[in-house]
Design a binder for this molecule. Structure first.
Ligand code: C2G
Length: 445
């Protein structure tokens, strides 16, 4: 008798899960299915699981493929189960390719092809549907997005578009999704578009997607012109769609906590915010080659402007830029000075100059510091006049952090609009206005 085991969350059970269980059963005579407990999903950083453990077990039972169902409660349990249940084959979907090779010492490990397309037919009966995501762009961030989206329940990334079809195909093969050459067919394949293409292409893609009834998650800076930003948000509102700017820091739990404390009066009235983010890039990278829309401020400015706008709001009185430029005239280092009626702020960004990445918020009773990488906030300190009076705060920041914005986006699509306080329409529009002022100050537009 061949004994097979597989594990999963099986949230909002869909045909990808169904086909996986069906093929797992066909691998042997007796199939054990491990369903993850809520605690274990939290510990491994899986977000947004909707169905309870009981519902998920019930749904797996209903497929009729499992001979036995167990609960997976902790890391290391797979190894123990393989021994305990005398397992011959461990199997899991190919999105986990290579991750469970360490079990090969104890049994056979088989990665079954992941189901690429989740259609809506099976999902219509469910209370929350799986949102199908398609990606535009195939750069570094798109690769990170694939890993992070896999840890958010309720989404299935299934298509990619790049005007250079070769790049789309390489990306699609790597991640087991479909590559599209035709934009219309691509839009038909999805519910949410994730846009990770060069900055200046965002506007046209967002507009197309919104006109076709698709929700949009767009990498920062979403827009480089205030008029475009306003137009797109208006279009999204009219079509009842979610338009979401992906500045990951805004959605990370520790950053939200930091803002809560900063704005809660602990350090008195805030009078200065200094935010610095530098990341050395090679001269031949897109960020430093594009002499019109590239450079330090368009690339990193959104991160530094975020705490400034969240603390002081949108009505700054004045903004000035100072830049260090390379031979092609592009800013390799930029300082933006903002003056508000009640305080000052500086945003400092560099792709060709390295500085200490830091967020420093100064108030009339104390200050808050978060060290680099504060844009992936997991720790900050509150200091007061007495040097010994230091409060320390920390919170987990999982993986690359994109899972938080994907999870918030889903909550908004599913009707929980409250969460857009983390990055509002006004925040995004103001940032687009600042990007435009910057480009004008450099004579680039
Ligand atoms: N799956 C699939 N096709 C999809 C989606 C999922 O074949 N379109 C597979 C996954 O690869 C996995 C199973 O269905 O084998 C369950 O998927 P999830 O519920 O997302 O669980 P997961 O997070 O993959 O848990 O210990 C937990 C396991 O390691 C995997």
């Amino acid at each position: 008798m061949v004994r097979v085991i597989t594990y999963g969350t099986f949230d909002l059970l869909h045909e990808g899960h169904y086909r996986l269980l069906q093929r797992a059963k066909q691998l042997g005579d007796y199939l054990i299915v491990g369903v993850t407990s809520e605690e274990y999903d939290q510990a491994r950083g899986k977000l947004n699981v909707i169905d309870s453990l009981m519902t998920r077990i019930e749904n797996v039972k209903k497929t009729g493929f499992a001979d036995e169902i167990i609960v997976e409660e902790s890391q290391g349990q797979k190894f123990r189960d393989i021994k305990k249940y005398n397992i011959d084959i461990f199997t899991v979907g190919s999105d986990w390719m290579g991750q469970f090779d360490y079990l090969k010492e104890y049994c056979e490990v088989i990665y079954l092809d992941r189901t690429k397309n989740i259609s809506s037919t099976m999902l219509r009966t469910q209370k929350a549907s799986i949102q199908r995501i398609g990606i535009i762009g195939t750069g570094r961030i798109a690769n990170r997005f694939m890993l992070e989206a896999a840890l958010v329940s309720g989404v299935n990334t299934q298509s990619v578009y790049n005007p250079h079809i070769k790049s789309a195909q390489i990306f699609a093969n790597r991640w087991g999704i479909d590559a599209y050459e035709d934009l219309e067919q691509f839009y038909e394949s999805l519910d949410i578009v994730y846009i990770a293409s060069p900055h200046e292409t965002h506007y046209a893609y967002i507009k197309q997607a919104l006109e076709r009834g698709k929700h949009v998650l767009c990498e920062k800076p979403m827009c480089l012109f205030v008029g475009q930003s306003e137009e797109l948000f208006e279009l999204a509102r009219k079509n009842n769609l979610v338009l979401f700017e992906g500045i990951k820091t805004a959605y990370c739990p520790c950053f939200t906590k930091l803002l809560g404390i900063a704005c809660g009066g602990t350090i008195g009235a805030i009078k200065d915010v200094e935010a610095c983010f530098t990341k050395l890039e090679d001269d031949c990278n897109r960020e430093l080659k594009d002499t019109k829309y590239g450079g330090s401020f368009t690339e990193l400015g959104s991160y530094c402007l975020l705490p400034i706008l969240k603390i002081y709001g949108h009505d700054y009185e004045d903004i000035q830029f100072e830049t260090v430029r390379n031979a092609s005239g592009i800013d390799i280092y930029t300082k933006a000075y903002l003056r508000y009626p009640n305080g000052l702020a500086t945003a400092k960004c560099g792709l060709g100059v390295k500085s200490e990445g830091k967020l420093l918020i100064s108030g009339t009773k104390g200050y808050i510091t978060a060290e680099a990488p504060w844009w992936k906030t997991n720790y900050f300190e509150v200091h007061r006049e007495n040097p010994e009076d230091v409060e320390r705060f920390s919170e987990r920041f999982l993986g690359d952090g994109l899972r938080y914005e994907i999870s918030d986006l889903l909550s908004m699509i599913n009707g929980d609009r409250k969460k857009d306080f983390k990055l509002t329409r006004g925040d995004s529009v103001t940032m687009a206005g600042i990007m435009e002022k910057f480009l004008r100050s450099q004579g680039r537009v």
